[in-house]
Design a protein around this ligand. Structure first.
Ligand code: PMV
Length: 309
C-alpha cells in the first residue's frame, strides 16, 4: 500500500520576522509543490529518500539521533508507529520542485506533505490535525517557528495569519520571485532579530505596530484591487526589514534593479539571502533577466488555492 500527499511552497507577502513576535502576517501558497510517498516495508527500519540524501535507521530510533534535516520525518513516522505496534517498517520518499533554504517554505511544505502522507497510510486525516502535527515536526529543526508557513502550506490560497482568514484575490497578482542564490538559515536570522529586539525593545515594538498597521491597510487595498498601493506597501515593509538588519547588499541591489519595472518589492521569508518578491506588470516580465543578471534565478508564481492534498 502507498500513501501519496503533496503540499505547496509559500511566500510571505507581509510580516515575516514580526510574526514570530506576535504580529499578523499575510502569506500565500504558490504553484510549486513537494510530493511525499510513504509505503510499508518489512525491513524494521524507517527509510527516508530525499534530494538531500538517504537515511535508514532502526524502527526504534528517536528523531534526535538523526541529522537535523531528517528529524521531522522520523518524528512523524514514530508518532504513527507508536500507535500501531504491528508496523514493521516505513519508507518515505520526498520529491520536490521547491528550492531548498531560500525562503519559499520548503521545510514547512515537506513537514505538511509528510504528515499527510504518513498519516494517510493509517487513516483519513483532517487538515487541522495535519497542521498541528506538522508544526510539531518543524519544531524538531526550528523550535521558534511562528507556525505561519505550515499553516499556509496546509490550507493553500492567500491567508491572514494567525486568524487563518482567507483573502480573496480577485485580481491576478503578477508575482515575480527572484532567488539571490545565497542560502540562508531561518534560525540564524530569527536569532539576529531577537538580538535586535533585546538591544532596542522600544524601537522593535514600534516596528511591530507599524507592521500591524500596514497589514490592516493592505487587507483593504486588496479588497479594493488597488495593486499600485499594494506595491508601495511592499516597499514600505522592506524598509522595516532593512531596519531589523535581515537584508544585505545583494538583496538591496536586486530590489533596486527592479525598481523601474516593479510596483514594489521586498524580501520574502527570513532574508539574509534567499528570495525577493516583486509585483511586476506582465508586459515587463521579459526585462527581468537582463535587469537581475544571469547569476540570479527568477520565475513568476501564481497563487495556488490548493493546500495539502
Ligand atoms: O525563510 P523561511 O521560509 O524559513 O521563512 C521564515 C519566516 C520567519 O517569519 C522569519 C520565521 C517564522 O517562523 O515565521
Amino acid at each position: 500500500m502507498k500513501s501519496i500527499a503533496s503540499a505547496p511552497a509559500k511566500i510571505i507577502l507581509f510580516g515575516e520576522h514580526f510574526v514570530v513576535h506576535g504580529t499578523k502576517a499575510i502569506l500565500a501558497a504558490i504553484d510549486k509543490r513537494v510530493t511525499v510517498t510513504t509505503t510499508f516495508t518489512e525491513n524494521k527500519t524507517i527509510k527516508v529518500n530525499s534530494e538531500l540524501g538517504t537515511i535508514e535507521v532502526p524502527i526504534s530510533s528517536s528523531h534526535e539521533e538523526v541529522e537535523s534535516e531528517f528529524r521531522p520525518f522520523i518524528f512523524l513516522a514514530n508518532k504513527m508507529i507508536s500507535q500501531h505496534p504491528n508496523v514493521s517498517g516505513l519508507e518515505i520518499t520526498i520529491d520536490s520542485d521547491i528550492p531548498i533554504g531560500v525562503g519559499l517554505g520548503s521545510s514547512s511544505a515537506c513537514c505538511v506533505a509528510a504528515a499527510a502522507s504518513i498519516f494517510g497510510l493509517f487513516k483519513e486525516w483532517l487538515s487541522e490535525e495535519i497542521l498541528m502535527v506538522s508544526i510539531e515536526a518543524e519544531k524538531t529543526i526550528f523550535p521558534d517557528t511562528s507556525g505561519a508557513d505550515c499553516t499556509v502550506c496546509t490550507y493553500g490560497g492567500m491567508i491572514e495569519y494567525p486568524s487563518i482568514k482567507k483573502i480573496d484575490n480577485t485580481f491576478d497578482l503578477n508575482l515575480l520571485i527572484a532567488n539571490s542564490m545565497i542560502p540562508h538559515s531561518t534560525k540564524n536570522s530569527v536569532e539576529k532579530v531577537n538580538k535586535f529586539k533585546k538591544n532596542d525593545e522600544e524601537r522593535f515594538s514600534q516596528l511591530c505596530d507599524l507592521e500591524s498597521r500596514l497589514i490592516d491597510e493592505v487587507i483593504v487595498d486588496m479588497k479594493n484591487n488597488d495593486v499600485t498601493t499594494l506595491g508601495l506597501k511592499m516597499s514600505e515593509n522592506q524598509k522595516y526589514l532593512e531596519e531589523i538588519q535581515v537584508s544585505n547588499d545583494t538583496l538591496r541591489n536586486m530590489i533596486n534593479s527592479l525598481n523601474e519595472i516593479s510596483l514594489g518589492s521586498k524580501i520574502t521569508g527570513a532574508g539574509d539571502g534567499g528570495c525577493i518578491i516583486a509585483l511586476v506588470n506582465d508586459d515587463n516580465m521579459d526585462k527581468v533577466p537582463a535587469l537581475l543578471g544571469k547569476d540570479k534565478k527568477c520565475f513568476s508564481a501564481k497563487i495556488d488555492t490548493k493546500g495539502v492534498v
